[in-house]
Design a protein around this ligand. Structure first.
Ligand SMILES: [Zn+2]
Length: 141
């Protein structure tokens, strides 16, 4: 799928509502983001999530935005074929390092609520993913 070239004055996005996922990771609608995604990512490390019985591989996008390291990835636990739940982690909020395609991030949690058929009662509907990434391997933290 080809995208039209962006003009210089269109470098900053605020995405909400029914918009296409500007990362191109998915063709899903409605992902929220305020990242400048037109600046090219400095890397795309593949992160292996070892979540007990299940293992997922997620391609993260690493950006350098105004000198701040920023990671964008899809939560493997609560994303569904219908909806990709993106997470943005900033170096100002979490300690992280990215060298030689190896990403490490201190423990962080998913902020998405489980929706649709997975919705549970009693307020237990927040995604429980909480991991630390150590050299491209994410484990529960
Ligand atoms: Zn999640």
């Amino acid at each position: 799928m080809s995208r039209p070239a962006l003009k210089r004055n269109e470098e900053s996005y605020h995405i909400c509502g029914d918009v296409k996922d500007p990362t191109g990771i998915s063709n899903k609608m409605g992902q929220q983001s305020s990242i400048d995604l037109t600046g090219s990512a400095i890397g795309h490390p593949e992160i292996r999530f070892d979540l007990g019985a299940e293992t997922f591989v997620v391609t993260a996008d690493v950006y350098l935005q105004d000198g701040e390291l920023l990671v964008h990835l899809i939560c493997p636990q609560c994303s569904t074929p219908e909806k990709a739940n993106g997470l943005t982690i900033r170096a100002s909020q979490k300690q992280m390092s990215y060298e030689n395609e190896l990403l490490s991030v201190e423990p962080f949690g998913c902020t998405w609520e489980i929706e649709g058929s997975l919705r549970r009662n009693f307020g237990l509907n927040r995604c429980t993913l909480r991991v630390a990434i150590d050299k491209n391997v994410a484990r529960r933290a």
